[in-house]
Design a protein around this ligand. Structure first.
Ligand SMILES: [Ca+2]
Ligand SMILES: [Ca+2]
Length: 354
């Protein structure tokens, strides 16, 4: 018994050390450590800018590793992460470009999930919009998430736990529902079953309801037939093929814009064609690897309901490029350069409002 207790205590300590190590990265150089700590912990943007500059100036693999560590932290400000990528791109040394490339590989390879993990990170869901406790003490809750601005209606996720204070079960996607509170009461009093929301016909671990919402095929585990099942495929509607040069430029812009989010949320994308000053929305397609999560096309029926974005290469030489980023109502032009064989963002030229 005594030995068992000691073993349990040792196991707990080991787990604690692992958790602490995972949250506080260690660097040998105290200056790297100090600046990474500022980036990860400070609320002061000015101090963070200085920390980025200090790490860039050090230009050692460890300092670049520090910036990469920041880029891959969930829940951090995407805008500040873009400043890091921009600083690395402008710096453009082989070490800086390697840091960007490593970040991209991390972003591409991290496990995808249909659950927006920055919202549900660490089993700390946001404050539910609606909660009901059943007669058996089981707690049911609804969380509404507007994946992008102006999404109409927001997607609704169901949370449940055995009792208040117990851990939440993994969230279940309910889809956009008219009267979700009614459903919640029916679930809590047992008059409705969850089966229709958890049904997964093709066994790819994405329920039919979610697949219909995302645009993937609920009857085929590998919608784009590239050998990667939908659940693990960052771009479930774009076969995993090498990109051409223009594709690499757009991918670099896409990464700068969205891989920084640390999120697996759904992105809706379609290309935009400009005819003079008139914007024409092309037929929605998926043309980028969804580093930041699902990139799905809009269907004709969805037009007007969702935000979308467009990326277009508007100028290109063998080593420089400009990409127009078209967001609802406004946009930017990103300047890119090819450095050490890799396209990196080196500037944001302008913004416009339409
Ligand atoms: Ca499925
Ligand atoms: Ca696939």
């Amino acid at each position: 018994m005594q030995r068992f207790r000691l073993f349990t205590i040792a196991l707990c300590l080991l787990t604690l050390v692992r958790v602490l190590c995972a949250q506080t990265p260690h660097f040998d150089n105290p200056r790297v450590q100090e600046n990474v700590d500022i980036l990860l912990g400070s609320q002061d943007n000015g101090a963070k800018f200085k920390a980025i500059d200090a790490l860039i100036a050090l230009n050692t693999p460890e300092a670049m590793g520090g910036l990469r560590t920041y880029l891959t932290q969930p829940g951090k400000d995407p805008w500040m992460k873009q400043r890091v990528l921009l600083a690395l791109g402008k710096h453009g040394t082989p070490e800086a470009v390697i840091a960007i490339a490593q970040f991209e590989r991390w972003a591409e390879s991290r496990r995808r999930s249909a659950i927006p993990f920055d919202i549900f990170a660490g089993n700390h869901p946001p404050k539910p919009d609606y909660t009901v406790t059943g007669a058996d003490g089981k707690e049911w809750a609804l969380v509404q998430i507007a994946l992008q601005r102006r999404v109409n209606p927001p997607s609704i996720w169901l949370l449940s736990r055995r009792a208040t204070g117990k851990p939440w079960e993994p969230p279940i996607f309910l889809g956009p529902l008219g009267k979700p509170e009614e459903l919640l009461h029916q679930l809590a009093n047992g008059t409705k079953s969850l089966a229709i929301f958890t049904r997964d016909f093709d066994h790819d671990r994405l329920p039919d309801v979610l697949e219909k919402y995302m645009g993937t095929n609920p009857n085929r585990a590998d919608s784009d037939r590239d050998g990667i099942p939908d659940e693990l495929d960052g771009s479930p509607l774009m076969p995993n093929r090498p990109l051409d040069e223009k594709g690499r430029i757009r991918q670099a812009a896409f990464t700068y814009l969205f891989a920084v989010s640390g999120s697996s949320r759904v992105l809706f994308q379609r290309d935009t064609i400009m005819q003079g000053h008139t914007r024409i929305d092309a037929k929605p397609t998926q043309q980028y690897r969804g580093y930041s999560g699902w990139v799905v096309p809009l269907t004709a029926a969805d037009t007007g309901n969702y935000d979308s974005f467009g990326l277009a290469v508007i100028a290109m030489t063998p080593t420089t490029a400009k990409v127009r980023v078209d967001l609802p109502g406004h946009g930017d032009t990103l300047k890119l350069q090819k450095k050490h064989g890799h396209w990196v963002v080196v500037g944001v030229d302008m913004a416009w409002i339409s």
